[in-house]
Design a protein around this ligand. Structure first.
Ligand SMILES: Cc1ncc(COP(=O)(O)O)c(C=O)c1O
Length: 397
C-alpha cells in the first residue's frame, strides 16, 4: 500500500484523535525509517523517545523471537521469570527496592498517584490526598494523569476532572512552598518537561523539592517516562540531576518499542500496595519483560547513557553553531538526547519541511523543534541531521 492509500483507510476506519498526517511508516533499520512510498528518513523522533535502540536491533529481535516461541502471556496469577529478571536490573541500578509493571506511561503515573495517596493515608495523615503538579507538565491521557497534566487544552471537554491536584509554576520553589498545606500528600514532577516544550529543571529546583518533601513528610515522585532509561545521560534522569526521589514512573525507552510501563519505589513506601491493591492483566507479561530485559542490558552494557551525553552535547553544539547563520534561532534546551531547538518563529512549517527533506522531527510549544533520537546515534547521524536543518532553515529565512 502507498502513503495515500493507508491515509485513506485510516480516515475511514480509525478515530481521528491524531489528526491529519502525511506519512505511513512501514519499515525501520537502525536510525532510519521508511515510509510506504519507499522514502527514507533519519529518525530523530525515535517513536517519541521509545525506539532507544533504533529499529530492528538484533538483541530486541532475538528476545522477541525467543520469547514468542517460549511463552507470550500467562497473567500475574503466576510468577514470571523475565519479569523478575527485569525488575532485578531496575532495582540493582537505581535507588529502588521494588518494581511494578504496567503497559504505558499514563498507567505508570496512575500507579504513582495511587501510591502517593495510599502512603499518605496509611503512614502520614489520612486527610492528605493532594498532589502538587506543574504548569506545562505532561503525565498522560487517563482521567487522573490528564488532570495532573498542567496544560488546560488537554482538560477541555473532560470535566469534571479528578480531585486533588494543585498546579504550580515549574522551577518556582516559592510557589511550591506556598501551595503545600495540611492536605498535601506528594509532588509529581518531570526533570525535563518534554511535551511542555523541553523545559529543564533549573539547578537547585529538584534538590529544593526534595528538601520541601522531607520537611513536610511528602513523597517526591519523578515522572521518568521520557527521561528514564538512558536518555538524559544517566541510567535514570534523577541521577543526572543528583536527587533521590521516592518513586519514579517509566515507559517509552523501557521497552524499546513494545508497550510496557513501570514504577519503582522503596520497600518502606511500596509496602502500602499489598496484595489486591493494584494490578494489570498484561502488566509485566513474559513477552514485554523479556524485551525490556534485552533493552536494559544493552543500555547498560554498551553505556548508552554515556553515548546520549556525548551525542547530546555534540548535537546541541552543532545546532548552536547555526545561530551564526540564522539569527531567529533562540537557543537549544534539554539534557542528553532530549533536545529542543528554540526558534523565534513559528516552527510547524519548518518541522514539515525537515520531514520532506528526510529528517523526522516535531514542533512543540509552537516555536520548538523537538528531538529524541535513538540512544545509539553516532556523529554521522548528528552531522546529517544538522545539514538537513541548515538547508531547511536557509529556505525558511
Ligand atoms: C513525561 C511523560 N509522562 C507520561 C506520558 C504518557 O505516556 P503514555 O503515552 O505511554 O501513556 C508521556 C508521553 O508522552 C510523557 O512524555
Amino acid at each position: 500500500m502507498s502513503n495515500a492509500s493507508i491515509k485513506e483507510l485510516a480516515k475511514k476506519y480509525v478515530l481521528n484523535t491524531y489528526g491529519d498526517r502525511d506519512l505511513a511508516l512501514v519499515r525501520g533499520e537502525g536510525c532510519y525509517i521508511y515510509d510506504a512510498d519507499g522514502n527514507r528518513y533519519l529518525d530523530f523522533l525515535g517513536g517519541l523517545g521509545v525506539n532507544c535502540l533504533g529499529h530492528g536491533h538484533p538483541r530486541i529481535v532475538e528476545a522477541i523471537c525467543r520469547q514468542a516461541s517460549t511463552l507470550l502471556h500467562c497473567s500475574n496469577l503466576y510468577y514470571i521469570e523475565p519479569q523478575v529478571r527485569t525488575a532485578r536490573i531496575l532495582v540493582d541500578n537505581t535507588f529502588a527496592d521494588k518494581a511494578f509493571f504496567c503497559n504505558s506511561g499514563a498507567e505508570a503515573n496512575e500507579g504513582v498517584i495511587k501510591l502517593i495517596r495510599k502512603y499518605a493515608k496509611e503512614k502520614v495523615d489520612p486527610r492528605r490526598t493532594d498532589i502538587i503538579v506543574f504548569e506545562n507538565s505532561f503525565h498522560g491521557r487517563t482521567l487522573a494523569t490528564v488532570t495532573a497534566t498542567g496544560q488546560p487544552k488537554y482538560h477541555k471537554g473532560f470535566e469534571p476532572l479528578v480531585q486533588g491536584f494543585k498546579h504550580v509554576p515549574f522551577n518556582d520553589l516559592a510557589a511550591v512552598e506556598k501551595a503545600i498545606d495540611d492536605r498535601t500528600a506528594g509532588i509529581l514532577v518531570e526533570a525535563v518537561q518534554g511535551e511542555g516544550g523541553i523545559n529543564v529543571a533549573q539547578e537547585g529546583f529538584l534538590p529544593g523539592l526534595r528538601k520541601l518533601a522531607d520537611q513536610h513528610s511528602l513523597l517526591l515522585a519523578l515522572d521518568e517516562v521520557h527521561t528514564g532509561c538512558g536518555r538524559t545521560g544517566s541510567f535514570m534522569g534523577y541521577q543526572t540531576f543528583g536527587v533521590e526521589p521516592d518513586a519514579i514512573s517509566l515507559a517509552k525507552s523501557l521497552g524499546g518499542g513494545v508497550p510496557i510501563g513501570a514504577f519503582l519505589t522503596k520497600d518502606s513506601i511500596g509496602e502500602v500496595l499489598g496484595p489486591g491493591t493494584h494490578a494489570a492483566t498484561f502488566g509485566g507479561n513474559p513477552f514485554v519483560t523479556a524485551v525490556s530485559e534485552a533493552v536494559l542490558t544493552t543500555i547498560l552494557e554498551e553505556d548508552l547513557p554515556g553515548n546520549a551525553r556525548r551525542m547530546g552535547q555534540y548535537f546541541a553544539e552543532e545546532m548552536l553553531k547555526l545561530r551564526g547563520r540564522f539569527d531567529f534561532i533562540k537557543g537549544v534546551r534539554g539534557k542528553g538526547l532530549i533536545l529542543g531547538l528554540e526558534l523565534g518563529v513559528d516552527s510547524d512549517a519548518i518541522a514539515h519541511a525537515a520531514i520532506r527533506q528526510g529528517l523526522l522531527t516535531y514542533c512543540i510549544a509552537k516555536r520548538v523543534l523537538r528531538f529524541h533520537p535513538p540512544l545509539i546515534i553516532q556523529r554521522c547521524h548528528v552531522d546529517e541531521a544538522v545539514a538537513i536543518l541548515a538547508r531547511v532553515l536557509g529556505q525558511a529565512a
